[in-house]
Design a protein around this ligand. Structure first.
Ligand code: FES
Length: 151
């Protein structure tokens, strides 16, 4: 590849909408790799623009830097995702998002029982008590009879 095909960090920042410091951060985490020119300045591949866009999308979807790094490392030769890669990875994202949405919906529904309650009871609160063992005693905060000490 011709050296002039390489982009300085400011140009990559302009094209991706990322700050220079964010790009340096991703470089430190080895999500992108820059060469150095004779003056020691970073030079990025054009494909790094797509790679950085991928990282931004994945972060917006709630994936950690570690997860994103491992997705990128799983690609042959650690390459930037192609259209085909993106389709495959999108399915992974979709599955993960569906699972997280389902968990959040369950938590939201349990939270409804806490509104106006405030007991934060380890025994009674559905947020602490995912099997909802207290619900058989009725809605709202209450002491679970089976947990009462013998008097
Ligand atoms: S605060 Fe959750 S049931 Fe009381």
């Amino acid at each position: 590849m011709h050296r002039s095909d390489r982009l300085p960090i400011g140009e990559v920042a302009r094209r991706t909408g990322l700050s220079v410091s964010a790009i340096r951060f991703y470089e430190e985490r080895e999500l992108v790799t820059a060469d150095r020119n004779s003056g020691g300045q970073r030079r990025f591949l054009r494909s790094d623009i797509r790679r950085l866009s991928f990282i931004q999308i994945a972060q917006q979807l709630g994936f950690s830097i570690t997860q994103i790094g491992s997705l990128l490392k799983d690609l042959p030769e650690n390459r930037t995702p192609t259209k085909r890669d993106w389709t495959r990875i999108s399915k992974v994202f979709r599955k993960d998002l569906d699972a997280r949405i389902a968990t959040l919906e369950r938590l939201r529904d349990r939270l409804d029982g806490c509104i106006g309650c405030g007991c934060l009871s380890l025994n009674n609160c559905a947020l602490y008590n995912p099997d909802d063992s207290a619900s058989r005693h009725g809605a709202g905060a209450r002491f679970v009879l089976g947990d009462q000490p013998d008097v």
